[in-house]
Design a protein around this ligand. Structure first.
Ligand code: C2E
Ligand code: CA
Ligand code: CA
Length: 397
């Protein structure tokens, strides 16, 4: 069965833009400026709907309700020019009505992320054909490398994943506090590939479990090496929401640190605020056991998710990482500065350490220091680097 893509949006400009991106990937694209005409169709599970929430005739929520009433099996992507709060509410509503929501986008749509999502929706054979035809074009500089599930699986198996380390500095003492572990894919043909090109793919295909396992192993081996050199470094490792569905994870990790004789308090697990949203009970169980086994827990990208204050209080986090968008903008935008100040105050009241990431200049460093921020990370201090460079690196404040 072929995939049909339906764009349901009253805005001509957005329709044309989406059409230009979708047409090279899917052959059947139809635009509906009037949602009522669209709702007359019979949909199947292979269909993909791009639904704008804000339309004059009939808004997106009404369309969602109609699709739910007719038990539509189609895959739904929600798009909104409104703030992410509205989009999130619409997504929650659609999911609770049993609709298959696969993603949400705020306008202006991030074309790279959107393209990656579309490709991941193709069946495997077409994905492979598409990737290889685009890889030819990559040499002409027209298209990026778009990995398929098999490419990523091979990369993990063939040990092509490598780790970069970005230093974190204690703002008061200006000494090294630790490092965030950031994965890179060293591709034999396309060179260094950044995680924004493959983490989402790993999450959608279930490969994230193997990927995280590999990252944790590599990080722990590096930690052993640094420990032997008397340079024990606290390492912060990124964990995806999908990784915390296994109740065995805390024990597996404890066995690993025991085997390599690593102090678990030197390992910080970074979880994004949005990961907290999924299955609160399971995550509370897993997080608490991570803490009981001595690991540190950090709440990443704080300020972009929707965790409530009571959730934050319930979860046993030891560190709060303010999302870099607020840090980067705090110099010129008073709202961002207010959010940063509030995050620092809140974290301290809840006895958590605060890390600010995305510090790109001295002025921002000074503002954060004045606000009592504990730890700093960002290009102003250093870009992420391979382990051998990290060995020689020193902070020049
Ligand atoms: P993140 O966890 O928010 O990581 C911080 C990202 O910000 C890194 O990008 C880092 O290079 C970048 N960054 C640091 N300082 C600055 C700065 O001053 N300015 C700007 N503009 N950017 C800065 P990177 O390495 O491309 O990683 C992107 C995302 O990929 C990470 O965001 C994280 O969510 C994900 N990721 C990276 N490694 C892993 C991993 O091993 N596992 C999982 N699940 N996700 C990972
Ligand atoms: Ca992180
Ligand atoms: Ca972050």
């Amino acid at each position: 069965m072929i995939n049909r893509v339906f764009i349901v949006d009253d805005d001509t400009l957005t329709c044309n833009l989406l059409n230009t991106i979708i047409e090279p990937i899917f052959t059947h694209v139809e635009i509906f400026k009037n949602p009522r005409e669209f709702l007359a169709l019979t949909l199947n599970a292979e269909d993909i709907i791009l639904l704008d929430l804000m339309m004059p005739e009939m808004d997106g929520i009404e369309v969602i309700r109609h699709l739910a009433e007719h038990r539509s099996p189609a895959r739904l992507i929600l798009v909104s020019g409104y703030d992410s709060g509205v989009l999130h509410s619409a997504e929650t509503l659609a999911l609770s009505c049993g609709l298959n929501v696969i993603n949400t986008f705020t306008k202006p749509i991030n074309i790279d992320v959107f393209t990656c999502l579309l490709i991941s929706l193709l069946n495997k054979k077409t994905q492979r054909e598409f990737a290889s035809s685009n890889n030819d074009k990559a040499s002409q500089g027209k298209f990026d490398f778009i990995p398929t599930e098999q490419d990523l699986r091979d990369a993990i198996d063939n040990k092509q994943l490598i780790l970069y380390y970005q230093p974190q500095i204690n703002m008061k003492t200006e000494c090294l506090h630790g490092a965030e572990v950031l994965v890179r894919w060293l591709h034999p043909e396309f060179g260094l590939i950044f995680p924004d090109k493959f983490i989402a793919l790993a999450e959608q295909t279930g490969l994230i479990e193997q990927l995280s396992e590999e990252v944790i192993h590599l990080a722990i081996k590096q930690s052993v090496h640094w420990q032997k050199l008397n340079r024990a470094t606290r390492l912060s490792i990124n964990i995806s929401a999908q990784n915390i569905t296994s109740l065995k994870l805390p024990e597996q990790l404890r066995m690993l640190v025991k085997k390599y004789e690593i102090d678990p308090s030197m390992i910080v697990l970074e979880l994004t605020e949005s990961a907290l949203m999924d299955s609160e009970v399971t995550s509370l169980d897993i997080f608490t056991r991570f803490r009981l086994k001595g690991f540190q827990l950090s709440i990443d990208d704080f300020g972009t998710g929707y965790s409530s204050l009571s959730q934050l209080h319930k979860m046993p986090f030891t560190e709060l990482k303010i999302d870099q968008s607020f840090v980067t903008n705090m110099k010129q935008e008073k709202e961002s500065k207010a959010i940063v100040e509030t995050c620092i105050m809140l974290a301290h009241k809840l006895h958590m350490e605060v890390v600010a990431e995305g510090i790109e200049d001295k002025d921002t460093w000074n503002l954060l220091l004045a606000e009592g921020c504990d730890v700093a990370q960002g290009y102003y201090i250093a870009r992420p680097m391979p382990a051998d460079q990290f060995d020689k690196w020193q902070f020049k404040g």
